[in-house]
Write a protein that binds this ligand. Structure first.
Ligand SMILES: C[S@@+](CC[C@H](N)C(=O)[O-])C[C@H]1O[C@@H](n2cnc3c(N)ncnc32)[C@H](O)[C@@H]1O
Length: 336
């Protein structure tokens, strides 16, 4: 089966690595910074629940891309729906080409809609909760696809300022989770990284945030009721509750240095943060995934290298529209 998935902008490489843990032998046909097309025998029900995917689709048919109206008529001629179950009695069609919704000629639209209605037995309805068929074209992909959008499982709501569940899972997956991990997020905020870490086997998951008392009032229920997370209110620059070298993995998102939220200039704050990582991280297998504002990335890299951490991957991502950088690495031996 061929699938088309969409995810957080800038995470294409992280997704290409993480996807292998969720689908069988994916053959990646196309990937860009926010979407991927792959073949796999994994059923649709598993693909639609991959936690870092924002939207997923089954590809029903494709055709070489020339002229959108002609291509849509071509797709109407070749579509087959018999091997897919329907979600709903009604449907609508969307045209999403090169990153935006577009319109096509009334003739092409009608041709596609009537073929879908005939093949699926569904009734056309312009809006509402029905099934969605999408015509998708991507820059740099020479085909136009007819896709059926998957049902999107309801995700827990996130607090304002929290990192999305999709990105949290990808960052945790990038830390290469192990069953004997002692995981720490020392700037844990709403708890999105510790919560994401619980989706992988591990020994301990530690949440710490200096502002725990205030933040805990607004914790989502999924975090508030969580018995598998140890909650601390340590200053990340000292982490006084954590013993030397007790932690195997840190995934975190330090303050971005805006609105006077730091007690010292950002470079000093990052340097003190990394000194604290150096103390608590296992000297052999310690690893980190650090999400920082893009403009702070050079300072963060310098602070890490000054403490002889290695950086083995750098990814540019967008967090709620703001440029950010992900630094992944660890002790020299941890990356060998
Ligand atoms: C960018 S937010 C983290 C957001 C979090 N990743 C989430 O998804 O909710 C940074 C957090 O660091 C905390 N913080 C700021 N200074 C701290 C310090 N010195 N020690 C520990 N936590 C601190 C803030 O209270 C804030 O919750």
């Amino acid at each position: 089966m061929r699938y088309y998935i969409q995810f957080t902008a800038g995470t294409g490489k992280l997704v290409a690595e993480a996807i292998r843990s969720y689908v069988d032998d994916p053959e990646i046909i196309y990937v860009d910074d926010s979407s991927m097309i792959f073949e796999s025998s994994t059923p649709r029900s598993s693909v639609e629940s991959i936690p870092f995917v924002k939207n997923s689709f089954s590809v029903i048919a494709d055709t070489a891309r020339r002229n959108v109206d002609k291509d849509v008529i071509e797709l109407a001629d070749i579509l087959r729906l018999d091997d897919l179950d329907s979600y709903a009695d009604t449907f609508r069609v969307m045209f999403h080409i090169d990153g935006e919704l577009v319109s096509v000629s009334p003739r092409a639209k009608r041709a596609l809609e009537s073929e879908i209605a005939a093949a699926s037995g569904q009734r056309l309805l312009g809006r509402g909760m029905g099934e969605e068929y999408w015509i998708v074209g991507r820059t740099d992909f020479d085909y136009l696809m007819l896709c059926r959008r998957h049902f999107r499982p309801k995700r827990a709501s996130k607090s304002a300022g929290a990192i999305s569940h999709e990105l949290s899972i990808l960052l945790v997956a990038a830390s290469r989770p192990q069953p004997d991990d002692v995981f720490l997020d020392p700037f844990a905020g709403s708890g999105s990284f510790p919560l994401a870490r619980l989706m992988f086997p591990g020994k301990r998951v530690i949440y710490s945030d200096i502002d725990l008392a205030r933040l805990s009032v607004d914790f989502p229920k999924s975090v508030r009721d969580q018995r598998d997370i140890e909650f601390l209110a340590d200053d990340a620059l000292t982490l006084y509750s954590i013993k030397d070298h007790e932690v195997t993995t840190i995934v975190t998102d330090p303050p971005w240095g805006e609105y006077d939220e730091l007690p010292m200039p950002l470079p000093e704050f990052l340097s003190a943060t990394v000194r604290s990582f150096d103390r608590v991280l296992d000297p052999r297998v310690g690893r980190f995934v650090l999400l920082v504002a893009r403009r702070a990335a050079d300072e963060a890299e310098k602070a890490l290298r000054d403490r002889r951490f290695e950086i083995d991957a750098v990814h540019k991502v967008l967090v709620n529209g703001h440029p950010a950088t992900v630094l992944i690495g660890g002790r020299p031996t941890a990356n060998a």
